[in-house]
Ligand binder design. Structure first.
Ligand code: PMT
Length: 226
């Protein structure tokens, strides 16, 4: 049986970049590999939590003790996360969700010239995290967001924390070769709704996941005390 400080907790983690299909061969996507989210799922499971990983990263191994649900699009990710919300103690949204998707899907491959591929009309995707923040009651799960930024600008991070109604935001750099998308390392600043602030200089994504788990344990314990 699992042991560790997160035994009895259920954690939902999202990882990877959503892919929004245009036709059977093309999609709009982003450069998220799923490494950050998968590291967080692994760290939570190692501490004894029951972990559901909602991920677009089909190529990454699923860590021991983690249940993976594979999705492609933002709408699929939203459905999967919503289905797990009622039982969750914490939801960690490390995924890079496409803000827009093509307004219509063509089930035949579009022809370069004839089908107007040069102009793809987009429509807004729902903000999964902001929805969770709006809809949760007092018994609802702890909500953790990530922010992909080109600096660790604190003020904007605090704004996102409050606008989305979440408990913790991890601002990470995506403009440096050793942080953000794709690589095994990261640089981050963690801000909590209660004013907590933890800077994490260059480190591995696994180590950043451990720092995040420490923070999660602390926030969950605080919430238990009311
Ligand atoms: O996967 P890797 O290659 O390891 O890279 C990791 C990462 C850089 C992708 C990751 O650490 C990260 O920063 N993820 C969040 C990227 C992002 O989408 O940031 P954002 O500022 O657009 O979104 C803020 C938060 O809202 C995120 O928690 C996001 O999951 C959530 N969101 C955003 C849009 C949307 N429609 N729905 C959401 O839930």
């Amino acid at each position: 049986p699992p042991t560790g400080p997160l035994v009895g907790r259920r954690v939902v983690v999202t990882a990877g970049g959503t892919r929004e299909p245009i036709d059977p061969v093309r999609f709009i996507g982003n450069r998220s590999s799923g490494k950050m989210g998968t590291s967080i799922a692994e760290a939570c499971a190692r501490r004894g939590a029951r972990v559901d990983l909602v991920t677009t990263a089909s190529g990454l191994p699923v860590p021991p003790g983690v249940r993976a649900l594979h999705v492609d699009t933002a709408l699929e990710m939203r459905e999967a996360v919503r289905g797990l919300t009622a039982d969750a103690d914490a939801i960690v949204k490390a995924a890079a969700v496409a803000d827009f998707r093509p307004a219509s899907y063509h089930d035949q491959k579009l022809k370069k010239e004839a089908d107007g591929l040069a102009e793809v009309v987009l429509t807004r995707n729902p903000d999964i995290l902001a929805e969770l923040g709006r809809e949760r009651g007092p018994e609802g799960p702890l909500l953790v967001g990530f922010a992909a930024e080109t600096d660790l600008e604190e003020e904007r991070g605090r704004e996102k924390l409050h606008d989305k109604g979440i408990d913790l935001i991890v601002i990470n750099r995506v403009d440096m070769a050793d942080a953000g998308f794709g690589v095994d390392t990261n640089r981050a600043l963690l801000l909590t709704a209660q004013g907590g602030r933890t800077e994490v200089p260059l480190t591995t994504k696994s180590r950043l996941a451990e720092v995040l788990c420490n923070e999660l344990e602390h926030l969950l314990a605080e919430r238990d005390r009311g």
